[in-house]
Ligand binder design. Structure first.
Ligand code: MG
Length: 126
């Protein structure tokens, strides 16, 4: 399974990627904002997106809305990583097309469960 990790914080990307590697994922690419992530999606195979919420250039929500405008990416699993677990924010994320969310700080086990929840049926899903 090919994963795209989107976060403006390089430290946070490191934490997420290290967690994913612990869970057995090795095909991981990264982007530092939504705009970069859209470029990566156009060029690279991606089976699952894990994206931050707050980012400069293009926020996680704007990025997700943009992804969902593409017919071929309507079903692409997207996990949102957020510190904003307030109800309204989650509703906005789901309305934008996020499949599930992970609240920071998270454990590897939580990440594993959320990935499993959104990739059930995805080819090569761990
Ligand atoms: Mg951020």
């Amino acid at each position: 399974m090919h994963l795209l990790v989107v976060d403006d914080s390089s430290t946070m990307r490191r934490i997420i990627i290290n967690t994913l590697k612990k869970l057995g994922h090795n095909e991981i690419i990264e982007a530092s904002n939504g705009r970069e992530a859209i470029d990566r999606l156009a060029k690279d195979r991606v089976d699952l997106v894990i994206t931050d919420w707050n980012m400069p250039e293009m926020s996680g929500i704007e990025f997700v809305r943009s992804v969902r405008t593409s017919r071929s990416r309507e079903q692409l699993p997207i996990l949102m990583v957020t510190t904003n677990a307030a109800h309204d924010d989650i509703v906005a994320a789901v309305e934008a097309g996020v499949n599930n969310y992970v609240v920071k700080p998270f454990t590897p086990e939580t990440m594993r469960e959320k990935i499993q929840a959104v990739t059930a049926g995805v080819e090569g899903g761990a």
